[in-house]
Design a protein around this ligand. Structure first.
Ligand SMILES: Nc1ncnc2c1ncn2[C@@H]1O[C@H](COP(=O)(O)OP(=O)(O)OP(=O)(O)O)[C@@H](O)[C@H]1O
Ligand SMILES: [Mg+2]
Length: 296
């Protein structure tokens, strides 16, 4: 089930797209890859989303931040049509997520918070399976290319049950790229990855954005949002309480104060100081010897 939705084949970006006016700037919704207005969702007594508004421009990397339980996954699940909202409007690539859920699925992929791969298959079999389910011709070639892109060629024919956590995550993301979707949702894509694998995912995200793919990612790592995101939104108490570029968000706080701190010498400072003093003493001694020889 996850794979059908997660690896939707991009057959159309614009057909049948909604052209309703957007409340923010009068442009059409289809100018935005994602448009969310007045989104609410409750689970029983828990009002998780209480009027969430944001838009994502095509080709943008948008980071959604929030504490545990803030509603990031709930938002992504609604955007990817896995969950119905209680109220509000959600369009993805110009398609209403409720009225044209099928069209939305054709244009997106979702890599969920928890890896969803078949561990009883090899990495290659997983990707080929998705490509076949998506009806993509030359599924083997597509799989080989993706596996190579994610550094999984050597492990391609091994059962996924033997993969490390990072390898499984990379395979998961590779599978979600089958069919080159135009909008990608990545829910905490680097959680549990080692620093190197994390950088690899960052590179992949940047490359995708450079080719015009729109990316919404959630993360608990604030440096990740700083490094990757064109725009950052903070979800808190059911609403977006801040939304802007990193520079814009920095302006929300008072200007940085200049503070003077006593700097402790590093080992390098100590080494250089000692060797320099010793050298000066030696140089001085050499000078004296030279001078006394000249006088004699
Ligand atoms: N199917 C569900 N039934 C009941 N409550 C749910 C359900 N899904 C989510 N919740 C609740 O909604 C709230 C938001 O959950 P959500 O998973 O969206 O948060 P999150 O921001 O993704 O958190 P995390 O950073 O831990 O992944 C939590 O209180 C959670 O318990
Ligand atoms: Mg979550």
């Amino acid at each position: 089930m996850r794979n059908i939705i997660n690896n939707a084949y991009n057959t159309s970006n614009a057909n049948g797209a909604s052209t309703a006016n957007n409340a923010h700037n009068g442009t059409t919704n289809s100018d935005f890859a994602v448009s969310v207005t007045g989104l609410t969702k409750a689970f029983g007594d828990v009002n998780v989303l209480q009027g969430v508004d944001f838009t994502i421009t095509r080709g943008e990397i948008f980071a959604l931040l929030g504490s545990n339980g803030a509603g990031k996954t709930t938002t992504i699940n609604i955007l990817s049509t896995l969950l119905k909202p209680d109220a509000g409007n959600v369009t993805v690539c110009g398609f209403d997520a409720l009225l044209h859920a099928e069209k939305v699925r054709e244009n997106i992929s979702l890599t969920g918070q928890f890896a969803a791969v078949d561990t009883m298959l090899t990495g290659r079999e997983n990707v080929v399976l998705i490509a076949k389910l998506r009806g993509i011709p030359k599924s083997s070639e597509v799989a080989d290319k993706l596996l190579a892109d994610f550094g999984l060629t050597d492990a391609a024919n091994r059962l996924v049950s033997t993969y490390s956590g990072g390898m499984t995550r990379r395979l998961d993301i590779a599978m979600s790229l089958v069919g080159t979707p135009s909008v990608i949702f990545l829910d905490e894509p680097t959680t549990g990855l080692d620093p190197e694998a994390r950088l690899e995912v960052w590179r992949m995200v940047k490359n995708l954005a450079n080719t015009g793919t729109t990316i919404l990612l959630t993360t608990q790592y604030l440096d990740e949002a700083e490094q990757l995101a064109d725009r950052i939104a903070i979800l808190h108490a059911g609403k977006i309480i801040a939304n802007g570029t990193l520079q814009e968000l920095k302006k929300l706080l008072p200007p940085a104060k200049r503070e003077y701190i006593e700097k402790q010498p590093s080992l390098e400072d100590i080494f250089l100081a000692i060797t320099h003093n010793t050298r000066s003493e030696c140089d001085e001694r050499d000078e004296q010897v030279k001078h006394s020889k000249e006088v004699a």
